[in-house]
Design a protein around this ligand. Structure first.
Ligand code: NOJ
Length: 751
């Protein structure tokens, strides 16, 4: 070959290499590109628009979002998705409008908040997190997907993977608690459960990692409030569960958060959406705004009007607008005037279409609309059984002096006291959007079904007035008339089970509280009953950690039963009578009072580490202990577990094997969540005093021993610096393995 021919071949090779790839990487990309090429700009923008259906409004909707407009818009191809439309016949009606009347017949994707079960309700997510049982959690999400898809849905706005250290924030009930490691594992399990192995299957849903990002860090725990956190916290605490949802479970959608980060609303954050999510993490699904989080940028003071909202949100990488009406109103003009490039719109639309193709909506837009399946799957007996199993696993035993629990099956004269004990609704918790009111098994029913010798007294009403969503709850602070009867009953009973805590709508969105004591008159009721009978088992029903110092100091037994869903009362009865040995561990620290917040286990040492003693110059309170009431990871069992033989073996420059022997020294078989924590002693940015880096839930028969093994790699031992760089720094590490974040066997190693 001559030199010039060689040069020509070389130039050709370079030219080919520099061409944007014309050839789609797979079949779906090809289909997306083909469809995109047929779409008008208006139709493209339509795919970026979502409208709510006509019930279950979850936020302030602009007045002009009326039904008539919406129908017309669907028929004109201006709507890519609906939320809050469910039920086969409803979904089919809406889908028909899009498929039969719009020019290209592009099917809509139907989203809904399928948060903890659908019709059959499983425990609230925070409760499920207390199980530390990833298999059970995945199964719970799987079942939710089966029921939701049977009702015509194909997209859930879950899981919420926001880490939060503030129990005043009502939405802690919707997440996995305070810890990033546990939260990441649980988020992945939930996404896998929703999406299954095959997104095109008729019983799988596209999942949504939300709220991106840092929504759990709202100041003062007030929902929708400002967030102001450092980048080291952002990278190490907030972002990992989102990243894991992509890397380990291929989550197909993300939702923006309401808050600002570094002064910029997440919905318009190039940093979060372009640089991190779609850039560094290579996310190829789509991003939906939160409910009117676009329009709210005007109130934030970041956009002057709805047109600018659309410009900022689209350019930053928000692909679909939930209930701000900004894209549908302004995006076409913004493209025409050059403020938003058409390629930005094309990218967003491709992402939306990709997920629709993956779901199989183009093969059959009505694939989720099968009345037979709907009838068969809703409240399927297998779902009920799984909900019961999940409920039992979510219960945490907080205190059990003198082995008061489990109660003997022949236990005579049990007094059951508290409004919540006879409540069939509160145990369903908040975010039970498709759930039917009053469908939980109450504690009273659960005990009666169990054949217990039980008498009931309400004591005090928890709330007065209507409780329908979304009005404020009115807590009873005056009517004490039932206390007398409850005291009378307690006096003549052998044991008292008191079910106290929060109403089902005391937690959830917009349900922040500044006082975490038992609401209303419940504490007074408890103390009055205690005066006549101290043999009290307190069953807490609540959606967040509460401040229960008095109960902890005075009562012999406390069970954290959260809000356990449809099968609540049955699960509680089985734990009370020992048919199930509790195995849950707290996914969030219990503070002593609200001034104690934020209190979380993986804090920093400070320059003056916490110590007890006479000198006063260290980070403490003068008037109470700085230690939590119950630490993260804490929970008892009817068995006792003994830890021994901690072995740490450095097997490579970045690898450590850890093993421990755990013996069940009790009389009954039991499950233990064995937890491993590390502390990186010296690093280029300071590391927390402890970080969970492994856990293993093991069933150990009474008297038996189990060896539990962990492997630590660079992934567990490294961390992010303040600019988002992942670092692995050899050096000295402490390791602790035990039954909660404060108790365990300790060792150390050097890399
Ligand atoms: C607002 C909530 O913040 C979000 O989590 C939810 O998915 C949407 N409303 C839709 O209901």
């Amino acid at each position: 070959m001559t030199r010039s021919v060689l040069f020509g071949v070389f130039v050709l090779m370079i030219l080919v290499a520099c061409q944007p790839s014309q050839k789609p990487t797979n079949d779906i990309d090809q289909k997306v590109n083909d469809l995109l090429s047929k779409m008008t700009l208006e139709e493209k923008v339509g795919q970026m628009n979502q409208y709510t259906g006509f019930y279950d409004i979850t936020g302030p909707a602009p007045a002009d979002g009326d039904a008539k407009n919406k129908y017309d818009h669907i028929k004109s191809g201006l709507v890519g998705s609906m939320l809050n439309v469910r039920g086969v016949s409803e979904v089919r009606k809406m889908q028909q409008l899009a498929v039969d009347s719009s020019r290209l017949g592009i099917p809509m994707i139907f989203g809904f908040d399928v948060i903890h079960g659908h019709k059959t309700l499983s425990p609230i997510p925070l409760a499920e997190a207390a199980s530390w049982d990833l298999e059970a959690i995945e199964k719970s999400a799987r079942i939710a997907a089966v029921e939701a898809t049977a009702e015509g849905l194909n997209w859930t706005f879950a899981p919420m993977v926001d880490i939060s250290r503030d129990p005043r924030w009502g939405r802690v009930m919707e997440g996995a608690g305070e810890d990033t490691y546990l939260g990441s594992k649980i988020g992945v399990a939930r996404v896998r459960g929703f999406q299954g192995d095959d997104l095109s299957a008729v019983n799988t849903l596209a999942a949504c990692a939300k709220h991106f990002a840092a929504y759990g860090f709202v100041e003062g725990g007030r929902d929708y409030n400002t967030v102001d956190i450092g980048t080291a916290t952002l990278y190490n605490v907030v972002l990992p569960p989102f990243k894991a949802a992509i890397e380990e479970a291929n989550v197909r959608t993300f939702m923006n958060s309401f808050n600002i980060i570094n002064g910029i609303p997440s919905t318009a954050s190039n940093f979060l959406l372009r640089d991190i999510l779609k850039g560094e993490w290579g996310f190829d699904g789509f991003v939906i705004s939160d409910w009117s989080s676009g329009a709210e940028m005007i109130a934030h003071g970041y956009a002057k009007d709805l047109e600018q909202v659309a410009e900022l949100a689209a350019n930053a990488g928000s692909d679909m607008d939930m209930e701000s009406y900004s894209f549908v109103k302004h995006l076409v003009n913004l493209v025409n005037s050059g403020k938003v490039k058409e390629s930005v719109v094309d990218d967003a639309v491709s992402r939306v279409l990709r997920v629709k193709f993956e779901l199989g909506l183009f093969d059959d837009p009505y694939k989720y609309c099968d009345e037979e399946r709907e009838k068969e799957m809703i409240y399927h007996p297998d779902h009920m059984a799984a909900a019961l199993d999940m409920a039992k696993k979510s219960i945490v035993l907080l205190k059990n002096e003198n082995a008061l629990l489990p109660l003997s099956k022949n236990q005579k004269k049990i007094a059951l006291i508290g409004d919540l004990a006879d409540d069939k609704d509160s145990p369903l918790g908040n975010w039970r959007m498709a759930g039917e009111s009053n469908t939980a098994v109450s504690v009273l029913e659960g005990l009666q079904e169990f054949g217990a010798d039980v008498s009931f007294a309400e004591g005090v009403k928890l709330v007065t007035g209507p409780t329908a969503f979304p009005i404020e709850l009115e807590v009873n602070t005056t009517d004490k008339s039932g206390i007398k009867e409850a005291v009378k009953l307690a006096k003549k009973s052998d044991v008292v089970v008191m079910v106290l805590g929060e109403h089902g709508l005391h937690s959830g969105e917009a349900r922040s509280r500044s006082d975490l004591n038992l609401p209303g008159l419940q504490q007074e009721l408890l103390e009055e009953v205690y005066k006549v009978n101290q043999n009290i088992v307190l069953v807490l029903m609540n959606g967040r950690p509460l401040t229960i110092n008095w109960a902890d100091e005075n009562l012999p037994a406390i069970i954290e039963a959260w809000q356990l869903g449809t099968q609540s009362g049955k699960a509680i009865a089985q734990v009370l009578f020992g048919d199930y040995n509790p195995s849950g561990k707290l996914p969030m620290t219990f503070p002593r009072n609200v001034a104690h917040i934020p209190v979380y286990y993986n804090q920093f040492n400070s320059g003056r580490p916490a110590r007890e003693g006479s000198a006063i110059f260290w980070p403490h309170y003068m008037d109470q202990s700085h230690e939590p009431l119950y630490p993260f990871g804490y929970g008892l069992s009817y068995s006792t577990f003994d830890y021994s033989n901690l072995k740490v073996n450095v097997t490579g420059p970045e690898n450590v094997e850890v093993s421990v022997t755990v013996q069940n020294t009790g009389d009954v078989d039991g499950e233990e969540v064995v937890q491993l924590y590390i502390h990186d002693k010296v690093a280029s940015i300071v590391r927390p005093v402890k970080e969970l880096k492994g856990f293993n839930k093991v069933m150990i028969k009474a008297g038996d021993k189990a060896e539990v093994n962990f492997t630590l790699t660079k992934k567990e031992l490294g961390f992010y610096n303040g600019t988002g760089e992942f670092l692995f720094e050899p050096g000295e590490f402490d390791v602790m393995v035990g039954s909660n974040s404060t108790d365990g066997l300790k060792s150390s190693f050097e890399l």
